[in-house]
Design a binder for this molecule. Structure first.
Ligand code: NCD
Ligand code: ZN
Length: 366
């Protein structure tokens, strides 16, 4: 950076991004999560792993109303709802979901794979009728891609899932649209790259920033623990190459997943990383470090909308390269949450852009 850049720090203007995988939770927490996500993203695919899970269209629409009630005044945000696949998910329910116009995917949690997955489906072949209905409706299956077999090493569960479950599933259902969520391995990148265009993947910002060493820096680090668990550096590198590579099959899904500090700093700590307070800023950091800021727009603002058959956003988001520090924690006491990058600097910050400034030329460009 030369001295004139230091004075007028670099700006990045992109069409407003979307988050294609987020956990907003429910109740009082919505006031935090919805604001953090909606400040950055125009839309988000909202995960249904509440307790109890969101299994019907009626429940999804009520949850959507609660999210919109928590939306701060002045922010535009559209929650894109999902259903949680169970053995009871019927073709009729899926038809109702699709015709609501508000439900955009069905999430398959292999039972026991992650937070609130106990109601999930162990053997996906028991859902053949539902998956056939989804093929006909064009409703995507969103997949948590890890086997739950305790014999399989936890670091291999995604790779084994692709071989044992995903590849046969795609063969059995040749028209099913599938998003492999929060991919973490080189093997997932290779599989998705070679798959037909009906198959895509989301990539989180923490899997782009961190490898598994982050779990053990000077001691056990529960705030870097998520599922699928962080992997070796070679896998992080493969994810970065996929994210910046311009392939429309890869798009942004933060998997922002808050848990209370006390639930993470525990003898059996919960999986999940709260990245929403700095999500797009941290993705920008990753792309900038690779000299690939021009690719952020496709990854964050275009590929996901195209995959889901939704219009691209026309309004804009402005980021400025001015460091700021993420708070050490958000909230107090039992409710406190420790976000990603807590107490440490982030290189990019959001610029609230007044409506009148949006039309002014000259500032755009990285
Ligand atoms: C998620 C959560 O907490 O809901 N946790 C996580 O580690 N990613 C669930 C999930 O997406 O696996
Ligand atoms: Zn998730």
């Amino acid at each position: 950076m030369n001295s004139s850049e230091a004075e007028t720090s670099q700006r990045l203007v992109i069409p407003r991004p979307d988050d294609w995988h987020v956990h907003l939770r429910d109740g009082a927490l919505l006031n935090l999560t919805v604001a953090d996500t909606a400040r950055r993203f125009a839309r988000a695919i909202v995960m249904p792993n509440l307790d109890p899970p969101v299994v019907t269209t009626a429940q999804a629409l009520q949850y959507r109303d609660r999210i919109l009630q928590a939306l701060p005044r002045g922010l535009q945000f559209e929650p894109l709802m999902t259903l949680y696949l169970t053995l009871g998910t019927s073709a009729a329910e899926l038809g109702a979901a699709k015709s609501s116009g508000k439900i955009h995917g069905v999430k398959w949690y292999p039972a026991g794979a992650t937070t609130n997955s106990a109601h999930g489906v162990h053997d996906i072949r028991q859902c053949t009728a539902a998956l056939t209905a989804m093929e006909e409706l064009g409703l995507p299956l969103l997949v948590h891609g890890e086997v739950t077999d305790p014999e399989v090493d936890v670091f291999d569960r995604e790779r084994v899932f692709i071989e044992r479950e995903l590849a046969p599933l795609l063969e059995r259902h040749p028209r099913l649209r599938v998003v492999l969520e929060h991919i973490t391995t080189r093997q997932a990148v290779e599989f998705i790259s070679q798959a037909p265009s009906r198959v895509a993947a989301t990539i989180t910002v923490h899997h782009l920033l961190l490898n598994r060493n982050a779990l053990f820096v000077g001691g056990l680090r529960p705030h870097s623990y998520c599922l699928p668990v962080l992997k070796r550096e070679e896998h992080r590198r493969a994810l970065v190459q996929a994210a910046i590579g311009g392939n429309p099959k890869f798009f942004l899904g933060s998997d922002s997943a808050p848990h209370a500090r006390r639930a993470k700093e525990s003898a059996c700590g919960c999986a999940g990383i709260y990245s929403a307070p700095a999500a797009i800023e941290l993705y920008a950091e990753v792309f900038a470090a690779e000299g690939a800021l021009d690719r952020l727009e496709g990854f964050a603002s275009q590929h996901g909308a195209d995959f889901y058959g939704l219009p691209r956003n026309s309004d804009r988001l402005v980021l400025q390269q001015t460091p700021w520090t993420v708070p050490l924690q958000i909230g107090d006491g039992d409710a406190a949450i420790v976000p990603l990058r807590a107490g440490a600097p982030v290189q990019w910050r959001l610029v609230p852009e007044p409506a009148s400034a949006q039309a002014s030329p000259g500032e755009a460009g990285a």
